[in-house]
Design a protein around this ligand. Structure first.
Ligand SMILES: Cc1cc2nc3c(=O)[nH]c(=O)nc-3n(C[C@H](O)[C@H](O)[C@H](O)COP(=O)(O)OP(=O)(O)OC[C@H]3O[C@@H](n4cnc5c(N)ncnc54)[C@H](O)[C@@H]3O)c2cc1C
Length: 456
């Protein structure tokens, strides 16, 4: 317990007894996230409004005590692990949807609202917020913004950076501020909203967000195409993205992943050189022509079979390969290493073929699947024992080098956190990193916000 007595007293003034915990049970509960890393915080607080967050940061700054923002701890990169102790700020009780304005297509929310709760509230308005991580039932909007988390729909609708109008936040200097607008256009100074998105709680604590909403299309169709090999599938991705009907999901699964999924899920999972799952949305009366345009682009040399689901049941059946993949991987390797690298779409084939070479060279099972329309692949390394685990870690550096040589980057949606920050100097020039450090100092002069994350 390292909290100075004076700070402890001050926190007792800011927070009611049931919103300020220093007991071991609570500290253990908030010591880890989905990265499986852990470190004990000195205290956990549960603010219910912006003023409390401001008072908290000012008090912690006066005592040089670290402040770690936390949504629901579902991130996979150790981004909420309090590696130097300090105070974990759990936003789970700042969970109000303040207003939904269908006319201006925006929602104002507190950061602790779950992504899934927001989508449900928007449903009756015929609107949705596009970022759709598959953890949406468990993860918070604050976490989504801080990691720029996304999902399959990003290919058509964008990530939190493209779907957030403004923020209210408290910087590491203890000052509250607003950035962005309530408007869909703005050319009023630096774009601090986009800067805070993806900053992993290292610049400011977000206390309110104004989100840009999108009308929900009334119809959707699911397609599944198999290919003789990765190159044929990658060429199809390029063709699909080069025509005007952008699908709302364009997901890739490589042959190794298909074999695993087939062994786990049975014959409903096709065996092929590669597979694309495609979803096309739009209005019911124009959807047929949109689907035909995407089908035409999906067809080409190396395509084996193209199926278009005609019912909800068939749609579920087509997704069986993707559904079987996660449990299939867990069966083989409970401690899989899960990366989410990105390359320009034109380099997708080179990436997947390069991954196959790395898998052979390091003798570690690797599968690639994910958001091909953005060139964002989940590359999972599946070590089965300690030897393989060591080899997998050695392989990681080669994987990142490959991605960077293809003009790609380290992460498309999971973020950097604790686990990838050592690789940042590979991805960014020293001068770029220095500018980032200067920005960090402007927001957080004493470096109390989420230390040890993102910047090397
Ligand atoms: C089963 C599963 C599936 C997943 N699928 C996806 C997926 O499809 N796509 C994807 O992108 N991710 C996915 N994730 C990762 C994870 O769900 C996302 O990163 C999510 O956005 C994290 O939200 P959270 O509320 O759990 O935030 P946390 O994990 O608690 O925090 C994440 C980061 O946000 C910061 N933060 C949280 N709240 C605030 C705030 N109010 N102000 C400032 N900083 C804050 C934290 O400090 C930390 O840096 C998945 C995770 C799991 C376990």
């Amino acid at each position: 317990m390292h909290l100075p007595a004076e700070l402890r007293m001050r926190l007792g003034e800011i927070f009611s007894a049931d919103s300020f915990a220093v007991g071991e049970t609570e500290r253990i509960a908030y010591s880890h996230d989905n990265s499986r890393r852990h470190a004990l915080p000195d205290a956990v607080v549960f603010p219910t409004d912006h003023a409390q967050v401001e008072a908290l940061v000012q008090a912690c700054r006066a005592h040089q005590i670290q402040v770690i923002a936390r949504g629901r701890g579902t991130n996979t990169i150790g981004a909420t692990v309090p590696i130097e102790g300090g105070v974990v700020v759990s936003f789970e009780r700042m969970n109000r949807i303040i207003r939904i304005d269908p006319d201006s297509r925006l929602a104002v929310v507190e950061p602790g609202v779950l992504n899934g709760e927001l989508q449900q509230a928007l449903f009756s308005h015929g609107l949705f917020w596009p970022p759709d991580p598959s953890s949406s039932a468990q993860c918070s909007i604050g976490g989504n913004l801080a990691c720029n988390s996304a999902g399959p729909r990003t290919v058509k609708y964008g990530s939190p950076r493209e779907n957030t109008l403004g923020l209210r936040a408290v910087a590491g200097n203890g000052e509250g501020f607003r950035c962005g607008t309530y408007t869909s256009k703005s050319s009023t100074g630096y774009d601090l909203t986009r800067l805070l998105i993806g900053s992993e709680g290292t610049l400011a604590l977000i206390t309110e967000a104004t989100l840009k909403l999108t009308p929900k299309p009334s119809a959707m169709r699911t397609l599944r195409a198999t290919y003789a090999n990765v190159d044929a599938a990658a060429r199809a991705v390029v063709r699909i993205m080069a025509q005007p009907v952008t699908p709302c999901a364009l997901e890739f699964i490589d042959d190794v992943a298909l074999k695993l999924a087939h062994a786990y899920g049975g014959d409903s999972v096709p065996l092929a050189g590669a597979l694309l799952m495609i979803e096309v949305d739009g209005e019911a009366d124009t959807l047929d022509s949109a689907v035909e345009a995407v089908c035409a682009a999906a067809r080409g040399a190396g395509m084996q079979k193209l199926r278009v689901a005609q019912s909800a049941e068939e749609t579920r059946a087509l997704w069986s390969a993707r559904k079987a993949l996660s449990p299939a991987q867990r069966t083989i390797s409970p401690n899989k290493i899960n990366e989410d690298v990105v390359v320009p779409v034109g380099h997708l084939a080179a990436l997947v073929n390069g991954i196959k070479q790395l898998s052979a060279q390091h003798d570690v099972l690797m599968v690639s699947f994910g958001h091909a329309g953005n060139g964002n692949l989940h590359v999972n390394l599946l070590p089965r024992d300690e030897d393989e685990r060591e080899r997998a870690h050695a392989c990681l550096a080669d994987l990142f080098a490959l991605v960077l040589s293809l003009d790609g980057t380290l992460s498309g949606e999971h973020g950097i956190g604790l686990l990838k920050r050592e690789f940042m100097p590979l991805a960014l020039e020293a001068s770029t990193l220095q500018l980032m450090r200067n920005i960090k100092t402007a927001f957080d002069p004493d470096g109390i916000l989420n230390p040890g994350k993102l910047l090397p």
